[in-house]
Design a protein around this ligand. Structure first.
Ligand code: G6P
Length: 365
């Protein structure tokens, strides 16, 4: 066991640190910068992408938040309506044309019963289906028309970390493929996106190199009553994922909100013992979120913000920086949230790799 953890005390920390490697694997051989395109080896029929009206992503847990990130990428790059549904709530309905609807199951394990149920409902209605998974030979790969592997390598810790990064990155490549296929993403714009994607492994490494600061912040927050995570646009799913990670492994009360919603209710819970962690980078409309954060600070809440490298940090109690990679900066910010969750849980001596009541893969509906 100790050897498999490669010198780390927990699989989770090992897997957080494996993210640069995981992302390189995810991208390997898939980017063609000259053409401004990607090669994903998918077998869409001729004319299929051009005729698409909607992409639906179905998923659970962390994969659901990865799907939320991806839906916005798809709308932005591929000019196609993209919706996300929690797999256990999904029905193929609303008068959609199955031929013009692509349903994507996003599942690390490929075995989550809720997600398999959703993809079966979609396939039963006649929609084309695609699996985005980490697991070769998993059930989802046998039940969908196509599979896209995220290639993150095995993930043992129950709390998903590197698979989230690889899911979003794989789906970003898919968004480029769909955008190019539909003629809605120019060569120049695709190259810009792909340059940022190629910067991800290095950007994540820079965050990992800053781990000591995160440990300090985690230590300062140990006496907190609850933790709030906020963000806009791509920062919103990352806020939700940050809160999920913390509650899963530290058992602290943690909630994620769209930053603009803080004032519509959650602010009533804010005190000097409820740190607010905010995504303030590019891709997250940080300048607007700063105003929401200020309302929490007025009530005494410590404000921890993740900002773009070199950006104004204003009155933050703690500013954590991410390298400039455009709309992927919130994805890099998420690595700070993973480290934060890990260190809070570790300082509290929690069962990090196997949190109480949770399973890596849930095979019952
Ligand atoms: C379980 C795990 C979560 C995971 C979810 C979906 O609840 O504890 O970490 O995000 O299942 O798993 P999947 O394999 O479908 O991505």
């Amino acid at each position: 066991d100790a050897a498999e953890k490669g010198g780390y005390e927990h699989y989770m920390r090992k897997e957080i640190h494996e993210q640069p490697t995981a992302l390189r694997q995810t991208l390997s051989g898939r980017i063609d910068l000259d053409r401004g395109d990607v090669d994903l080896d998918l077998s869409f029929p001729q004319g299929y992408l051009e005729s698409l009206e909607e992409i639906q992503l179905v998923a659970c847990g962390t994969s659901y938040y990865a799907s939320q990130y991806a839906a916005t990428l798809l709308e932005e790059f591929a000019d196609v309506r993209a919706t996300v549904e929690i797999a256990s709530e999904y029905e193929f309905d609303g008068g959609r044309d199955p031929w013009r609807t692509l349903v994507i199951a996003v599942t690390q394990s490929g075995e989550t019963a809720d997600t398999l149920g959703a993809i079966r409902r979609a396939a039963g209605a006649g929609a084309r289906t695609l699996a985005v998974t980490n697991t070769l030979g998993s059930t989802v790969t046998r039940e969908t028309n196509d599979t896209l592997f995220i290639r993150a390598g095995p993930e043992i810790g129950v709390a998903a970390t590197k698979t989230f990064a690889s899911q979003v990155t794989t789906l970003a490549l898919l968004a480029v493929a769909v955008g190019r296929g539909r003629g809605s993403l120019s060569t120049a714009d695709a190259r810009d996106v792909l340059e940022n994607v190629r910067g991800l492994p290095g950007a994540v490494q820079q965050v990992l190199d800053d781990e000591a600061r995160v440990t300090e912040v985690a230590n300062e927050c140990l006496g907190s009553d609850a933790f709030f995570f906020v963000g806009r646009r791509f920062g919103y799913p990352v806020a939700l994922e940050g809160a999920l990670k913390l509650k899963e492994i530290s058992y602290d009360h943690a909630e994620g909100f769209a930053a603009g919603e803080l004032k519509h209710g959650p602010l009533a819970l804010v005190t000097e013992k409820t740190p607010v962690l905010a995504v303030l980078t590019a891709g997250a409309d940080g300048s607007e979120t700063v105003n929401n954060l200020a309302e929490a600070q007025t009530r005494g809440a410590p404000a921890i913000g993740v900002v773009s490298d070199g950006a104004e940090t204003g009155s933050l109690d703690c500013a954590l920086e991410v390298p400039r990679v455009g709309v992927f900066e919130p994805l890099v910010a998420n690595v700070y949230f993973q480290l934060f969750a890990y260190h809070v849980a570790n300082l509290k001596d929690r069962s990090i790799d196997k949190p109480r009541n949770l399973a890596k893969s849930v095979t019952v509906e």
